[in-house]
Design a protein around this ligand. Structure first.
Ligand SMILES: Cc1ncc(COP(=O)(O)O)c(C=O)c1O
Length: 460
């Protein structure tokens, strides 16, 4: 069901939209018998018929089972080809099966992939990240979630404080300290299965609201402010001029550490938005595409913060006693396979030239979206930076997550992704917006824009 009509500008025939949703949903299922069958069979061995129940939740339509990918495209088990504008929630920004990463992974696997010891690639990767993002010291995990988990722990150990500040509309992974939502002046657990303490240690402010940040930091008990440079998980929300300067000044004044999460935004510029905008965080998190989609998370920190990771007093002993050390690490973290993939991705795929090309293509994408919106007279707007864009169903892009929630039309967004999927275009999840990868070309962007144009013609 489509919950709301477009407001302002041209109205959409609601009945037409609802009829179209029924037709597209039926077509999606009918044309994908193998995917439907796989989910039905998997229900016997996996909750909700998928290997990670989240996969059933990400879209309003049934899950698609994938066979393979190459460059900007992937194919489902029913043989349909898709131009991929979602790039696996930014993790496929290197393109599918990028040749340098494929080569590096094959070579590393053949030479042994796991020793619980550093491999020389770790040197190359840490040096490449330090040069790219301007952070002195680096540590590695298997995901950005785990990287953020360690960032929060180190910040708490460093400051001796327990509280965390994040922005409404944030997503930094399923790490417990951040899993709360603002509820009036209070914070509530965001999901079931969480202890009430989550709310006690978490503060949430509105993005672009420096007064709220000042109030949240005022008691002097916040260990770290964790934020993306521009929020990407509630639409693409850009900071107001001066917002980041304000954040840095307020955090410094209150002794709060500042952690910038570039896990998504690293696709928008070679050094992320941190370098593009001259930000000065104490921590910087990356993940997803830095190893071409092979599991790897990483966080950079200043020399001063890194001093917190000193050896424990007294050395190791039989477990069962408390250690004077921050809990970090995991058996497979920083494994040689992930490091080989990251070395290839960072030095051969995610090059300065690649970012120039994706920014140019991203410009074509954003301009094409705006042209369709203008042509149809729709009261929509577009935010974009580098390879990434997002269309809002409001005349002006919202400045915070509340604005994004108030102006979004989830059922309409769901219909767009269904309509596009049935025409060989894989639109992003509702929160993210389209992105071009290093492997995309102008014809890929044209295909996407043609499908969006066809949708607008069908309903506006
Ligand atoms: C900004 C940000 N940080 C961290 C994460 C967590 O990444 P992962 O699921 O790979 O651990 C995400 C995931 O979408 C994200 O958007």
């Amino acid at each position: 069901m489509i919950k709301a009509a477009w407001h302002g500008g041209r109205e959409v025939d609601q009945a037409k939209v609802e009829a179209l949703a029924a037709v597209e949903e039926e077509r999606f299922r009918r044309e994908r018998p193998r995917s439907m069958e796989a989910t039905a069979r998997a229900a016997a061995t996996m909750p909700r018929g998928v290997p990670m129940s989240w996969m059933d939740e990400l879209y309003d339509h049934p899950p698609l089972w994938v066979s393979h990918g190459a460059g900007s495209r992937f194919w489902d088990v029913d043989g349909h080809e898709y131009v991929d504008m979602y790039v696996a929630d930014m993790s496929a920004f290197c393109g599918h099966a990028p040749a340098p990463v494929v080569r590096a992974v094959c070579e590393r696997m053949a030479a042994g992939n796991q020793f619980l010891l550093p491999s020389p690639d770790a040197l190359v990767v840490a040096e490449a990240l330090a040069a790219r993002y301007g952070m002195a010291k680096w540590q590695f995990t298997l995901s950005a979630t785990q990287a953020n988990t360690e960032v929060v722990r180190i910040a708490r150990a460093r400051t001796g404080r327990e509280k965390i500040l994040v922005f409404d509309g944030k997503y930094h992974g399923h790490l417990e300290p951040t899993l709360g939502v603002a509820d009036g002046g209070a914070v509530q657990p965001e999901y079931t299965g969480l202890p009430a303490e989550v709310s006690a240690h978490l503060r949430i402010a509105g993005f672009n609201d420096l007064d709220a940040v000042e109030r949240a930091l005022a008691p002097g008990d916040v260990a770290v402010l964790l934020t993306e440079p521009a929020l990407t998980n509630a639409g693409f929300l850009l900071p107001d001029p001066g917002f980041h300067d304000g954040l840095r000044a307020l955090t410094r004044r209150q002794g709060t550490l500042l952690a910038i999460d570039e896990t998504h935004t690293l696709v928008t510029a070679h050094g992320g938005l941190t370098t593009a905008w001259g930000l000065e965080p104490d921590f910087l998190t990356v993940g997803k595409s830095i190893a071409g989609g092979v599991p790897l998370g990483a966080y950079g920190m200043t020399d001063e913060v890194a001093a917190t990771l000193r050896p424990p007093a007294g050395g190791a002993a039989v477990s069962g006693i408390a250690y004077d050390e921050v809990a970090t690490g995991g058996t497979l973290f920083a494994n040689p396979l992930s490091m080989a993939a990251a070395r290839a991705a960072l030095t051969e795929v995610l090059t300065p030239g690649a970012f120039l090309a994706t920014a140019r293509l991203g410009g074509e994408l954003a301009a094409g979206l705006r042209a369709h919106i203008d042509r149809a007279g729709l009261p929509w707007s577009v935010n974009a930076h580098g390879s990434h864009a997002f269309y809002f169903f409001s005349p002006q892009p919202p400045r915070d997550a509340r604005g994004a929630r108030d102006t979004d039309l989830p059922d309409l967004r769901a219909l767009i992704r269904l309509f596009l999927a049935n025409r060989g275009v894989w639109e992003s999840g509702w929160w993210l917006g389209p992105t071009v990868s290093v492997a995309h070309t102008s014809p890929d962007v044209e295909l996407y824009l043609d499908a969006i144009g066809e949708f607008i013609d069908a309903v506006a």
